[in-house]
Design a protein around this ligand. Structure first.
Ligand code: C5P
Length: 244
């Protein structure tokens, strides 16, 4: 299974002037934690990290420290996440059949989550139409639809609402087609499943992880550190040495 890691954003909501994936959690950059989970997954066999040119040398340092045994490529990032994934898809090895896409900022995803998503993406019956998958969790809050003036317009039935996470997985040729179509039509989306849905293709949810938060604000960073400390062996590379 191929994995693309969009890692080419900035840290605006983090109040940071540099890529938030270079911020540290228990001494290691966010990207190192994401990369190590991907490395530990049984199903992932190839990793593409989508990066901005200015982050390349620091990403290379992270790669040297994590020292993954799987092949890893650095691919050029775009102005938006959508453009970054588009570029990443062009950088997949020829013949890649299925791909998981996982935001670098979701650095707490476990190897098991990668494996469950990869497994769910495989067609299980011969005549099953190809579909995408999205790791997701049922929402806990009541969600309101609010207009620009702050007025509540709707309260959707919570029992049907799920919060989409990554990994998200798709058959490569179909996702490439959806991205091309989105580009031509000027669709602006914040995840790849939305492109698949807009093209009328099926996407199924796979149980995600409550701890699989996307580190976005300083509070998320503190929460992520707390969660990692609860895990049996957080093994920050900075403390246990190369290869953990
Ligand atoms: O900004 P946000 O946290 O929603 O971004 C989600 C993921 O997409 C992050 O891992 C970020 O690095 C990545 N991204 C990207 N290229 C961009 C913007 C965001 O790869 N231009």
């Amino acid at each position: 299974m191929h994995l693309l890691i969009p890692a080419a954003g900035m840290g605006r909501r983090m109040g940071s002037h540099r890529n938030k994936l270079l911020l540290t959690l228990l001494g290691d950059p966010l990207l190192a934690w994401t990369l190590r989970a991907a490395e530990a997954s049984v199903q992932i066999t190839w990793i593409g990290i989508i990066a901005q040119p200015e982050d390349k040398s620091e990403f290379e340092d992270i790669l040297a420290t994590v020292a993954p045994k799987k092949p890893v490529c650095l691919l050029p990032g775009g102005v938006t996440r959508q453009e970054s994934v588009y570029n990443g898809l062009q950088g997949l090895p020829l013949g890649a059949v299925r791909v998981l896409i996982h935001d670098g900022a979701r650095c707490l995803a476990t190897p098991d989550l990668f494996d469950r998503c990869a497994e769910a993406l495989r067609p299980h019956r011969e005549y099953e139409p190809p579909s995408g998958i999205v790791a997701a969790v049922p929402v806990k809050d009541t969600i309101k639809v609010v207009d620009g003036a702050g007025l509540i317009k709707d309260t959707p039935d919570r029992s049907h609402l799920w919060a989409a996470q990554t990994p998200q997985g798709f058959p490569v040729p179909l996702l490439k087609d959806c991205h091309e179509k989105g580009l031509r039509a000027g669709w602006e989306v914040t995840d790849d499943a939305a492109l698949f849905e807009k093209c009328g293709l099926a996407v199924r949810v796979v149980p995600g992880e409550e701890t699989n938060l996307k580190v976005t604000t300083p509070v998320d960073l503190a929460l992520a550190e707390f969660i990692l400390k609860q895990r049996p062996h957080p093994q920050p590379l900075s403390q246990v040495g190369r290869g953990g």
